[in-house]
Write a protein that binds this ligand. Structure first.
Ligand code: ADP
Ligand code: 5GP
Length: 185
């Protein structure tokens, strides 16, 4: 099985997924995407993302190395590498894809019943903005880009197998992990 997780940036996807990997380190493998975005403070190359140049991204695209890719924000590309699925399968783990809504739909189309998809919903756009501000990782411009996109992404939530509202974190984690256990384990 495969797990697809999408959410507007700042909804708490990384925080919730961390709990899943803590609970089941030997069962799930994080699909490390390639991106042309610069690392945030604390992010590690080949752990959080493969941080690559636009040229390198273009070469990989030309070499058909992506299962899917999207220009999620203006001039910022993100893509799922086919080699990640092979790497995770070789470890006998279930791949977990942290992708935007369009990427999520594309992977779901590709994998069909072999994938379970979860959308993590912030309680409101205002709270989403507050969380992104509190995280202190975004410039004014990148914060605006993320909020501008959030509404469109939330409209996609009904295409997912499950929507988890991340209001109280502990409750959201519990609901998320329970659903994964029921549908994947
Ligand atoms: P994403 O991976 O979806 O961009 P993060 O996991 O980085 O989001 O979460 C964004 C910010 O919101 C982080 O600073 C995180 O600690 C905080 N956060 C996550 N969930 C909650 C919650 N339920 N209540 C309050 N803050 C939260
Ligand atoms: P961030 O810059 O906040 O890490 O990620 C921005 C958005 O890009 C998030 O919605 C994240 O899920 C998405 N994303 C990350 N990797 C991929 C990928 O490989 N493909 C697609 N389509 N989206 C991705």
């Amino acid at each position: 099985m495969n797990l697809i997780v999408s959410a507007p940036s700042g909804s708490g996807k990384t925080t919730i997924l961390k709990k899943l990997f803590e609970k089941y380190p030997d069962i799930f493998g994080f699909s490390i995407s390639a991106t042309t975005r610069k690392p945030r403070q604390g992010e590690v190359n080949a752990k959080d993302y493969y941080f690559i140049s636009p040229e390198e991204f273009g070469n990989k695209l030309a070499d058909n190395e992506f299962l899917e890719y999207e220009q999620v924000y203006e001039n910022l590309y993100y893509g799922t590498l086919k080699s990640e699925i092979e790497r995770i399968n070789a470890l006998n783990k279930y791949p977990v894809f942290d992708v935007d809504v369009k990427g999520g739909m594309n992977i779901k189309k590709h994998l069909g019943d072999r994938a379970f998809s979860i959308f993590i919903m912030p309680p409101s756009l205002e709270i989403l903005k507050q969380r992104l501000l509190n995280r202190k990782t975004e410039s004014e411009d990148s914060l605006k880009k993320r909020l501008d996109r959030a509404e469109m992404e939330m409209a996609y939530s009904e295409c997912f197998d499950l929507v988890v509202i991340n209001d109280d974190l502990d409750k959201a984690v519990e609901e998320f992990i329970k659903a994964v256990e029921d549908h994947i384990l």
